[in-house]
Design a protein around this ligand. Structure first.
Ligand code: PLP
Length: 388
């Protein structure tokens, strides 16, 4: 007897992966030995700071760290997170009930819907958005509605538009934003929290880029708003802040019930974060501020070289205030974001991300990541000058 093995309906329901063609072309270019400049990846090109690696080395030698970790992680990690949060945002979180470690914020964001969404619940997502939110909400049975983010409103969703939706279960927001690099103000968060309380919806805030900001302007947390803890959960990550994308560690914090729902889902899926990685996380949270200033300085320099370079060849792009991305309207004469990405790769050996991959509102834009050194950025500007 033989039968056809098929993917589940839930998996089949996912939209096709838009970047497949670009990915293929990129792999071919690399295999052909072309000198590709990759402005496509959202992963810092710098190594994890040495003191974090040293903490990991020491912790991995200790047999106490070799066992299943506790679901909620080391108490020392949660209290260090509370400490960090207090210093950074002047918000005091209870490490027992309001903080929960996750295997990278993507994992936490992915599992939260299973704990709070019922089939057919309405979920608002911004458009454009980080692509990882959508599938996991679909898996949980949620119905996704897109709220556009427009340049004219500083890439913030319009609060009065959100107010028009009925029976919303949850809204997902992400500032500093990937892909637009926009930041949120406290006034925006205040209005959003007021609306969420009035209408009874949950706010899920993804703050993976909290420490990647420029010109000294620190982005606020939604938890700084009075009453936010009644409606909001916020995800934080070590990945971008400490160049630790491969280590898989982050945390959720905020509303106790939301944190408890996530914890309960996770207890059925994973068995915590490798304890040595948690020890490295504790060391990371104690990082000398100078190291983080240097990291921001590095990305800010690259930003300035790219923005000024492109301006000098006639492509004017607003300077991002945070996150390591440049979100640019496609140059004149190019048809759409896919075609632009294709031409950049074919004619200039430059990988960029087509905006449409982040949602329909991303059409007409491309995203460039500041994850290559300044000499490569200058080289990229030179090559772009030739194809414009
Ligand atoms: C990189 C990124 C994440 C994922 O971070 P991890 O903690 O490494 O899982 C989450 N949200 C956004 C918007 C990101 O760009």
């Amino acid at each position: 007897m033989s039968f056809n093995i098929e993917f589940s309906d839930r998996l089949k329901k996912l939209p096709p992966y838009l970047f497949i063609e670009i990915e293929k072309a990129k792999r071919e270019a690399l295999a052909d030995g072309r000198d590709v400049i990759n402005l496509g990846v959202g992963d810092p090109d710098i190594p994890t700071p040495q003191h974090i690696i040293d903490a990991m080395k020491e912790a991995v030698q200790d047999p106490n760290n070799h066992h299943y970790a506790l679901d909620a992680g080391l108490a020392a990690l949660r209290s260090e997170i509370a400490n960090w949060f207090g210093q950074r945002f002047s918000v005091s979180l209870n490490p027992e009930t309001e903080i929960y470690p996750v295997l990278g914020s993507k994992e936490g964001l992915a599992h939260l819907p299973l704990g709070i969404i019922n089939p057919k619940d309405k979920i608002l997502l911004t458009d454009p958005a980080y692509p990882a939110y959508r599938p996991t909400i679909t898996f949980a049975g949620g119905r996704i509605m897109n709220v556009p983010m427009k340049a004219g409103n500083a890439f913030l969703p319009n609060i009065s538009k959100i107010a028009e939706y009925k029976d919303i279960k949850m809204l997902v927001i992400n500032y500093p934003n990937n892909p637009t690099a926009a930041t949120a103000t406290k006034e925006f968060y205040q209005d959003l929290v007021d609306l969420a309380k009035e209408k009874g919806f949950i706010i899920c805030s993804d703050m993976a880029y909290s420490e990647v900001y420029f010109d000294g302007e620190k982005p606020p947390s939604i938890l700084e708003i009075d009453g936010a803890r009644e409606v909001a959960i916020e995800f934080h990550s070590f990945s971008k802040t400490y160049a630790m994308t491969g280590w898989r560690i982050g945390w959720a914090c905020g509303n106790e019930t939301l944190v408890a729902a996530l914890a309960k889902v996770k207890s059925n899926y994973d068995s915590g974060i490798f304890q040595a990685v948690q020890c490295a996380g504790i060391a990371a949270l104690k990082t000398d501020p100078v190291i983080l200033d240097d990291m921001r300085g590095l990305f800010q320099d690259r930003r300035d070289y790219l923005i000024n370079g492109l301006r000098s060849i006639g492509w004017k792009i607003p300077s991002p205030k945070a996150a390591f991305y440049v979100w640019a309207k496609i140059p004149k004469g190019f048809k759409d974001s896919m075609e632009t990405a294709r031409i950049f790769l074919d004619k200039a050996d430059i990988v960029i991300t087509p905006g449409v991959g982040f949602g329909p509102e991303g059409e007409g834009y491309i995203r460039m990541a500041l994850t290559v050194p300044v000499d490569r950025i200058n080289e990229a500007v030179g090559r772009i000058a030739k194809i414009l």
